[in-house]
Design a protein around this ligand. Structure first.
Ligand code: NOJ
Ligand code: CA
Length: 518
């Protein structure tokens, strides 16, 4: 491991609601997570990132925060969260929590006060309240979840919400908002949290009154960087506490600006996540990532999935293997065996690259997207806001299968909040444990070797043809990925450390297979 743990860390994302249920109500919680810490320690991860765990009406899976300084009662208590942080630290696992600064919940105290205080009040000045334009909203901004970005309140004013109406946007021009979040950061750093994942980080600065200037009116405005410079100062008061940006920007150079030395430490690499399983495109994303991160001194990150995107096994089995929020490709047929094969190869590719690595819960079990959920159980606001045209993200949030032959697979003693498919019987952690061919074993082996030989640093490309991604790392490890149809002859090596699928009898690397060589 490099001196600064986060530069080369393997970070496991826990979607608490779906990880493990400790009290039988069908919803994952801190008790369930604490009981499974040994599983995560054995997996070989360095940190856990938890999605929002705060009190919330759950209009958007907890990204509608009602109180930034407490724990959702369904998940546990603040005292339990503190115990969990201590236990994780004892197991040498760092804790990263999710802070949601762009918007709160409409049930949050400040928003209730704003509604009660009325037009023109300082309480409304913490949000974006405006009179309408005639009978309609103040402008034509659309919500990212579909429909208008403005909702009218009984006294006639409208408020801005870039996401659901239950998620009013804060006004970051207001110094009280700035101060409030500095205080929230300190609250959690004081409780031992090692890092913050910053939700919707590029959206904070906006000006709904400005004349259109040709720029995006609320994404990646230059002023947003002042917010993170100040956050960095707060983090630095505590020694090494890290800031990780959720910044969706197609332009890698714009993205890198968020990781300048006095801003965030790292940001998710969504260009890599969205990239099709295609050698030229992947090589370009990897090269661009390395090139844009180097000047700001930030380690790259490698992300294959999270709670917002289609599971890799499903994505990579489709005729179109790219991912884009605007086009989820829901229902597009997917060849499961092919998807698994590629997801295994992708895992070895991502884990071999320099920088930090994210693993979203269930990725290590090879779970596929659950597209056949009953409509009436769908919870994602995208489903309703899109007028039932986009089923949304519930399919990657189905509770984990832990053990046994049928649902709820040891996840709960009650009924899981979303039903698990019968086809997951062979994918439980228990069923995969010790099976040399399982996805779980592949992830365990990869993370163990990665901790010894990889992490942050540089890479040197090897040219083995257009269909092949091949590079060496300083430790001497060689990673070769064959994305073409034909078998590939391996470069000279001493031994095979790990392969995503067996090599051919003649020692060549089959299609859609990755190998680590020494
Ligand atoms: C990004 C989060 O990952 C997503 O789940 C959420 O819906 C939006 N931000 C809004 O907070
Ligand atoms: Ca529970």
């Amino acid at each position: 491991m490099p001196e600064t743990w986060w530069r080369g860390a393997a970070i496991y994302q826990v979607y608490l609601r779906s990880f493990a249920d400790g009290n039988g109500d069908g919803i994952g919680d801190l008790a369930g997570l604490r009981a499974r810490l040994p599983y995560l320690a054995e997996l070989g991860i360095n940190a856990i990132w938890l999605n929002p765990w705060y009190p919330s009406p759950m209009a958007d899976g907890g990204y509608d925060v009602a109180d930034y300084r407490d724990i959702e009662p369904v998940f546990g208590t603040l005292a339990e969260a503190e115990k969990f942080i201590a236990e994780a630290h004892d197991a040498n696992i760092r804790i990263i929590i999710d802070v949601v600064p762009n918007h709160g919940s409409d049930q949050q105290e400040w928003f209730r006060q704003a509604l009660a205080a009325g037009p023109g009040s300082p309480e409304r000045g913490r949000f974006w309240f405006r009179p309408g334009d005639g009978d309609g909203p103040p402008n034509d901004w659309q919500s990212i979840f579909g429909g208008p970005a403005w909702t009218q309140v009984p006294d006639g004013e409208w408020y801005l919400h870039l996401f659901a109406p239950e998620q009013p946007d804060f006004n970051w021009n207001n110094p009280e908002v700035v101060e409030e979040f500095h205080d929230v950061l300190r609250f959690w750093f004081d409780r031992g949290v090692d890092g913050i994942r910053i939700d919707s980080a590029a959206l904070l600065i906006k000006d709904p009154d400005a004349e259109p200037d040709g720029l995006d009116p609320y994404t990646d405005r230059d002023g947003v960087h002042d917010v993170y410079r100040a956050w960095r100062q707060v983090a630095d008061e505590y020694g090494e506490r890290i800031l990780i940006g959720e910044v969706w920007l197609p332009d890698q150079e714009r993205l890198a600006r968020y990781m300048r030395p006095d801003e965030m430490h790292t940001a998710f690499n969504f260009a890599f996540l969205g990239c099709p399983w295609e050698p030229v495109a992947l090589r370009k994303v990897i090269e661009d990532t390395m090139l844009t991160h180097a000047p700001v001194g930030a380690p790259p990150t490698w992300v294959l999935s999270n709670h917002d995107v289609t599971r890799p096994v499903t994505r990579y089995g489709r005729p179109d293997t790219s991912f884009d929020h605007g086009d989820r490709k829901f229902g597009m047929p997917s060849d499961h065996a092919l998807g698994v094969r590629r997801a295994r190869a992708a895992a070895l590719l991502a884990a071999a690259l320099p920088g930090s690595l994210y693993v979203y819960q269930g990725e290590e079990l090879g779970l596929d997207e659950v597209e056949d959920l009953p409509d009436e159980l769908r919870q994602d606001p995208i489903w309703t806001r899109s007028g039932h045209t986009d089923p949304g993200r519930d399919g990657c949030r189905v509770p984990l299968p832990w053990s046994g032959d049928e649902p709820p697979y040891g996840y709960s003693t009650g009924t899981p909040w979303l039903p698990q498919p019968a086809r997951w019987a062979g994918l439980t952690a228990q069923a995969q444990d010790g099976d040399p061919a399982s996805m779980l074993t592949l992830y365990r082996d990869a993370l163990r070797l990665r901790a010894e030989l990889l992490g942050d640093g540089d890479l040197t490309w090897l040219e083995l043809g257009q269909d092949v991604l091949a590079f060496t790392r300083e430790s001497g490890l060689i990673c070769v990925v064959n994305l073409g149809a034909d078998p590939v002859r391996l470069p000279p090596h001493e031994s095979v450390l790990l392969a995503s699928n067996p090599l051919a009898e003649d020692g060549t690397l089959p299609s859609d297979t990755a190998v680590w060589l020494r």
